[in-house]
Design a protein around this ligand. Structure first.
Ligand SMILES: [Zn+2]
Length: 521
């Protein structure tokens, strides 16, 4: 009983200290206002901004809007270069796309697709070898007695199996050869000129490949290397059958024979001629992160980063994807938090540590803006105390239709034992139900890896990711302002503000004292 009381007393004292600083913050949370959030979001998520696709005019327009808002609020820029951190990207656009089997043309996406956006695949060959499952294993070798160097390799995805027992493992467990990536990387070691992998489920992927044709891939320019890798094409059964036809074979017949066979079939030289000419043309694209900050009054060289991505997925077929929730909601939250801190500063209650607001682009293309930032930080990463990342906080997901007062909190306890406690304490004022479902490293959604905070976390900077979960309009044209729950958006924004307040004003910088159970990829 006594021990319990002592613990309780200690807990109460530490809570009192925390509460004192957070009490000051309470006076400013009402500057975070549902109407203001609505006003900003109605602009940024309007059709005029064309879905804010990275590198496109709509994204640049949004960048200007954000800079002007930071100026209006009175926030100085973090870098001597101004409010923008510019970075260069390479866009890969499909040019030539020819594939012929015995002079019959096949259609890209419909029948085949390059696995990577390689600069050029240019091959004319009558040395095409069908190698069954393409397995190069001590027990089962599809390449016995043949050297495929410089030749075209045609292989089936998967591995032999009889009535639920896999030939290679001898159990109901698949071997690694069922993994296409593993198979491809093993075949590459044999230095063929080209690998064609026959995908039995190709038809299911056609829609995805057609979409890929329309949307170009973006890559960070400074990460581009000359591509000398063995090219790989994934193909439909129809295309494979055309290659096999002059040998009077078909995928169906071969599969029937191979399915349960204990021994790999010998490589078969095909009587077909294959011509491939696929080219991805590189174009330069530029984008920008937008940064501003509230200078700290006592420890200006320690920085709390609050981030949200302001890019979205653009427009296609005349339909604008406005991304009101993703991540218009987080972007306007940044503006309101910045304003609340500046109001506090006006009356002498400015944060002791500096608070940086970074609106990030390139997120939808693979977290590119935040990766660029953490590779080219404006203030040292070791002086970056924490990152609070907001990505989608304006909607209600299906799991919370009945109790809408919630937010998912991800990552808070992974690197610092203090961050999680601070956020929970801040929430005593915000009063949301904190849902930790996605904080579980075993959760298959792996949201921890899917927004900009990840680039901070992989640099050992404690993070929190605030999130409302996915909903039926996620990455769809229905992600509109009219569906945003503004009172909830305001409340969640207030929680981020309160947590940032405590991080900035507490005596000691939070510790980094935990081994992350979300491993770095
Ligand atoms: Zn997002």
């Amino acid at each position: 009983m006594r021990k319990y009381n002592l613990l309780l007393a200690l807990l109460l004292i530490s809570q009192a200290l925390l509460a004192q600083s957070l009490n000051d913050a309470k006076k400013f949370i009402n500057f975070i206002d549902a109407n203001d959030l609505n006003k900003h979001l109605s602009i940024l998520a309007s059709d005029e901004y064309e879905g804010r696709e990275t590198g496109k005019a709509g994204q640049k327009l949004a960048a200007d809007y954000l800079r002007n808002q930071f100026l209006d609020i009175g926030l100085p820029n973090l870098s001597a270069d101004g409010y923008f951190q510019n970075y260069n990207l390479i866009e890969k656009v499909l040019g030539k796309r020819l594939l012929e089997v015995n002079q019959t043309a096949f259609e890209i996406a419909e029948d085949f697709f390059p696995v990577k956006d390689q600069d050029l695949i240019d091959i004319l060959s009558n040395e095409v070898y069908f190698v069954g499952y393409g397995i190069n294993d001590a027990k089962y070798n599809s390449f016995a007695g043949i050297d495929v160097k410089g030749k075209v390799v045609l292989a089936l995805a998967g591995e032999p199996e009889k009535e639920g027992t896999y030939v290679i493992t001898g159990t109901s467990e698949k071997s690694l050869w069922s993994n296409n990536n593993k198979k491809i990387s093993e075949i590459k070691k044999l230095n063929p000129a080209l690998i064609i992998l026959i995908d039995p489920n190709y038809q299911k992927a056609v829609k995805f490949y057609k979409h890929r044709l329309e949307s170009s891939g973006l890559k960070l320019a400074y990460k581009q290397k000359k591509d000398t890798d063995v090219p790989v094409i994934t193909a439909s059964e129809k295309l494979a059958n055309a290659l096999l036809a002059p040998n009077k074979k078909s995928v169906d017949k071969i599969l029937n024979k191979l399915k349960s066979a204990k021994v790999a079939q010998k490589a078969l030289k095909l009587k077909s001629t294959l011509k491939v000419n696929i080219e991805f043309i590189s174009q330069d694209v530029s984008s920008e992160n937008v940064l501003a900050f509230v200078p700290g009054s006592e420890k200006p060289e320690e920085y709390i980063f609050i981030t949200a991505h302001y890019d979205h997925i653009g427009a296609s077929n005349g339909e604008v994807y406005n991304g009101a929730d993703d991540d218009g909601s987080g972007t306007v939250a940044l503006l309101e938090i910045a304003q609340a801190f500046m109001e506090a500063r006006k009356v002498g209650k400015g944060p002791k540590r500096s608070i940086v607001f970074m609106a990030v682009s390139g997120e939808e293309k693979g977290l590119l803006g935040s990766e660029y930032y953490t590779d080219h930080p404006i203030v040292p990463l070791d002086q970056t105390v924490a990152n609070l990342n907001i990505d989608m906080i304006g909607r209600i997901d299906d799991a919370h239709k009945d109790d809408t007062n919630y937010v998912y909190v991800i990552g808070a306890d992974k690197l610092s034992s203090e961050l999680h406690i601070i956020n929970e304490k801040a929430n005593e004022i915000a009063n949301l139900k904190l849902d930790y479902k996605y904080n579980d490293p075993k959760d298959p959604n792996m949201f921890y890896y899917r927004s900009d905070h990840y680039n901070f976390a992989k640099n050992n900077i404690p993070i929190i990711f605030y999130f409302n979960g996915v909903h039926e309009d996620y990455h769809k044209e229905g992600d509109e302002v009219s569906k945003i729950h503004f009172p909830m958006l305001a409340k969640r924004t207030q929680l981020v503000f309160l947590t940032a307040w405590e991080l900035a004003n507490r005596e000691n910088r939070i510790v980094v004292d935990k081994a992350n159970d979300f491993p770095t990829k």
